[in-house]
Design a protein around this ligand. Structure first.
Ligand code: ATP
Length: 305
């Protein structure tokens, strides 16, 4: 359905999107997972045809997406990172504007507005001005506004930032339902839990590049170890860190030490050594294979750093 080929976007000398190539099949729920500044918003805006790439192309159903061509853009919906609603107008008036923009009128328009408001539990607030909505309610409305013209592809750019858990769940439930009904979704986030919960495939993005792409299970097999143990890098653990080096691979970053055992070195032996250094076991965190561990492995950083 969507094909990105060597997609590149620069801002002056800075490359925000660096040679991204990927294909999205109809019905997929693709995640773009990466930290702030990774290039997610720029990638989304290129897919949406809000700006043109410096190199490479975006093809939607075989047609090149371009900022000069509004036609292909009608086939997709964009939920922007920042709320794009008229604050002084009511929920209903906002959806009317979005609907009319796409040529909806009369009974059709009213039906879609009713459906949209019901889908995100805002029917009872339909006549209230959007500026009086909570952040989460605004996000929910922002989502259904992008769906008024029933696009086949929905781009969601970090749609849950600053959202309360109830609204977050309402957004997830609605997106999952629409995806089950056939909507293709591309969803950018810096929350690993969201990518793991929602996405059928996840692209890990950093510095404008896709570092890995696949289903969660496939991605986790990229980790070269089964388990990782983390512990703080302090004066208290310094001697132990020196001793454990011989038993595997010890890495150190701002967030502390992380240890991967050499083959054959058992967890029990590790903790015997911990005890002999007089250290408390609670200092040590076992790391199961996770998206977080993978991100660290690929980039040398945690997503929260
Ligand atoms: P965030 O979640 O913070 O929006 P992101 O992953 O969406 O992050 P982008 O917004 O695409 O990342 O930004 C990628 C990089 O490009 C950042 O380093 C950003 O500072 C830079 N950038 C984005 N827009 C512009 C612009 N208009 N001019 C110059 N640099 C820009």
């Amino acid at each position: 359905m969507l094909e990105l080929t060597h997609l590149t976007k620069r801002y002056g000398a800075f490359t925000a999107v660096a040679d991204i190539s990927l294909e999205v099949r109809a019905g997929e729920f693709l995640g773009l997972l990466g930290p702030n500044g990774a290039g997610k918003t720029t990638t989304m805006s290129l897919i949406a045809g809000l700006r043109d790439p410096d190199a490479g192309s975006v093809k939607l159903n075989g047609k090149i997406v371009s900022a000069r061509e509004a036609d292909t853009r009608r086939e997709l919906g964009l939920v922007p990172q920042h709320i794009a609603l008229y604050p002084n107008l009511s929920a209903e008036q906002n959806l009317t504007i979005f609907g009319e923009l796409y040529g909806l009128r009369g009974a059709d328009l009213r039906t879609r507005i009713n459906e949209a408001l019901a889908a995100v539990q805002l029917s009872e607030r339909r006549r209230d001005a959007v500026k009086n909505f909570s952040g989460g309610m605004q996000r929910r409305l922002n989502l259904v506004a992008a769906l008024m013209h029933r696009p086949k592809l929905l781009l969601c750019d970090e749609p849950t930032v600053g959202v309360d858990p109830q609204s977050r769940n309402a957004i997830f439930d609605h997106l999952e339902k629409l995806n089950r009904e056939g909507l293709t979704v591309i969803y950018s986030t810096h929350y690993m839990e969201e990518a793991a919960r929602l996405c059928s495939r996840i692209g890990i993005i950093d510095h404008g590049k896709i570092l890995a792409l696949g289903a969660l299970d496939e991605l986790l097999t990229l980790l070269p170890f089964e388990e990782e143990i983390r512990f703080p890098a302090t004066a208290e653990t310094a001697k132990f860190a020196e001793a454990i080096k011989a038993q595997g691979d010890l890495g150190t970053s701002e967030s502390g030490h992380r240890f991967r055992a050499r083959e054959g070195f058992r967890v029990s032996e590790f903790f015997t050594l911990v005890e002999s250094h007089g250290l408390a076991p609670r200092l040590f965190a076992m790391q199961r294979p996770s998206l977080e561990a993978l991100f660290l492995h690929l980039t040398g950083r945690t997503l929260r750093e």
